[in-house]
Design a protein around this ligand. Structure first.
Ligand code: FAD
Length: 497
């Protein structure tokens, strides 16, 4: 019988239950644990697994109150856990202690509503980390002392207020309260005419009326002073000071800088690769592929392009089956016989600066480099050329090995489906967002540069849309935006030597 890996991996935001961890997960959880019991061979479970993964990304911010888990009952080792919870059909959802059902919505929105319903209709046991989701009144508001107070006016059957409350659960200095459309005093005071709609009660300010929680979430998370709990408040005055090594160079957050791309090349070619004194076999073909893609598509200054082309020619002419790093380094640095070719030494991060030395920088540069390359490769014969070069570089050389494993898992799942140059650009965008979602709130997140689902509605309003009351990405608009944002004409050359 199967003991293979199930439908979920460590890179999904789903707790994978096993006989070894089930008790500690149950005992230690202060959240409502929503478990999918499935069998990995069952077609309905396979069809449902993308929905479960999407829901996990979608309600990631609810984690203190709601946690998603899954267990593969087809794995013989897990059998006793599945029978302990009385599961016989698959998939079965169980909000532990609250719900046991094989009949549930098969879409993200319906599942969100179902989870909220279940939590609300069962006052006991209310997950300790879950805030009250009931509506508020004018009298209660007077006692509120939080930094920002967002009032979400809605009709009684709307879920937006409760969803937004849970979305902001991990943030400090902000509270969301639901106000029913029948709460005449407040409705009149703020002159509310549309439901749902969101208002900042104090300090007063009005958001554009938007029906979809995602837009409110973007807007509220960006208010001054609103930070994820446990993260230091970004101190803007520090950034202007000229004295500390943490000082940031002035830059435009909505642009891409050539200086970051050249810094990335320097770090990758002179630091990261230097950890491999001998390069052979798969690593050698990876290096050749990487340099070839750079030589073809890097939209650099002529001097850098000449260097990349000369290294590419040298590598293609090498007949040995192994290469010493020192010979690569010679090709990079000893360019006396190649006119006007060089890669500047050292790093100068601009758009990829971090507020502390351990934040951002090289990995930010790596993402940016490959977004630029997927966009530049508009004439490529093979739509996967750049993606596969990135995949193999990350796999063979990227210093963060856990990142490499996660990226390889994503690549294995879907990179082979990329059939056009446009879908290569979108594949990298969507999988980068997947990583952003997973890392939001992690220790490695720079509080000055919170991980968001990018681009924000401010950066690209037309990339965002609404369908059936849910946020959607407009892929055609996104493509236009990405092609312009990462285009060579749009690159800024400030701070280059
Ligand atoms: P980054 O995520 O590095 O993004 C850089 C810039 O790209 C952003 O400032 C923004 O302008 C733009 N951008 C953001 N999202 C998108 C998007 N969807 N499409 C296009 N442009 C976008 N760190 C871990 O802790 N664990 C991991 O598993 C991990 N895996 C990684 C895998 C790869 C392949 C890479 C290159 C890095 C990985 N990292 C991982 C590092 C992490 O993703 C970030 O690069 C790092 O935390 C720095 O974050 P940042 O704020 O500079 O933004």
């Amino acid at each position: 019988f199967t003991t293979e890996a199930g439908l979920y991996t460590a890179s999904d935001q789903v707790v994978v239950l096993t006989p070894d961890n089930v008790d500690s997960v149950l005992v230690n959880s202060t959240a409502a644990l929503v478990v999918e019991f499935y069998a990995s061979w069952c077609g309905h479970c396979i069809a449902f697994s993308p929905v479960w993964k999407s829901l996990a990304s979608d309600i990631k911010e609810w984690k203190p109150a709601v946690d998603l888990a899954a267990i593969d009952c087809a794995n013989q080792d897990n059998g006793p856990v599945c029978s302990r919870f009385g599961v016989r059909g698959y998939p079965t959802l169980k909000v532990l202690q609250l719900l046991h059902s094989t009949r549930f919505p098969r879409n993200v929105r319906g599942l969100r509503h179902k989870i909220i319903d279940k939590m609300e209709t069962h006052a006991e046991p209310w997950p300790p980390a879950c805030p009250p989701l009931e509506t508020t009144s004018r009298a209660e508001l007077k006692t509120n002392s939080v930094g920002h107070l967002a009032l979400l006016f809605e009709t009684s059957n709307s879920y937006v207020g409760r969803e937004l409350t849970l979305d902001l659960l991990q943030y400090e200095n902000i509270a969301v309260r639901r106000v029913l459309s029948t709460e005449d005093g407040l409705v009149a005071e703020l002159n509310v005419t549309h439901f749902p709609s969101c208002y900042l009660y104090y300090p007063s300010g009005i958001f554009t009326r938007l029906h979809v929680r995602t837009f409110y979430t973007y807007a509220l998370q960006r208010l001054p002073g609103v930070v994820r709990a446990g993260k230091p408040l970004p101190v803007t005055s520090d950034l202007a000071k000229n004295t500390t090594e943490d000082q940031l160079r002035p830059f435009n957050r909505s642009r891409v800088y050539m200086s970051d791309l050249e810094s990335t090349l320097h770090y990758s070619l002179r630091v990261e690769l230097a950890a491999h004194p001998v390069i052979k076999g798969e690593a050698l073909s990876t290096l050749q592929r990487y340099i070839s893609v750079l030589a073809k598509y890097f939209p650099g200054r002529p001097v850098v392009n000449n260097l990349l082309k000369s290294v590419d020619m040298w590598l293609k002419g090498e007949k040995d089956t192994e290469l010493s790093y020192s010979s690569l380094r010679d090709a990079l640095d000893n360019t006396a016989e190649v006119p006007n070719a060089a890669l500047p030494e050292g790093v100068r991060w601009v758009g990829c600066q971090g507020s502390k030395p351990h934040f951002r920088r090289y990995p930010c540069g790596m993402w940016t480099l490959f977004h630029v390359l997927t966009v530049q490769a508009e004439e490529a014969a093979d739509p996967q050329e750049v993606l596969q070069a990135m995949r193999s570089y990350i796999h063979s050389f990227f210093g963060c090995r856990a990142c490499a494993t996660h990226f390889e898992n994503m690549a294995q799942e879907s990179m082979s489906h990329v059939g056009t140059l446009s879908s290569a650009v979108l594949w990298l965008w969507s999988h980068h967002n997947h990583v952003n979602n997973r890392l939001a709130g992690a220790l490695s997140e720079d509080p000055h540069f919170p991980k968001i689902q990018w681009p924000s509605p401010e950066l690209c309003p037309s990339c965002h849309g609404v369908k059936n009351g849910e946020h959607t990405w407009n892929q055609a608009e996104l493509l236009t935006f990405l092609r312009s944002h990462f285009s060579s004409e749009h690159l800024l050359s400030d701070y280059l030597e």
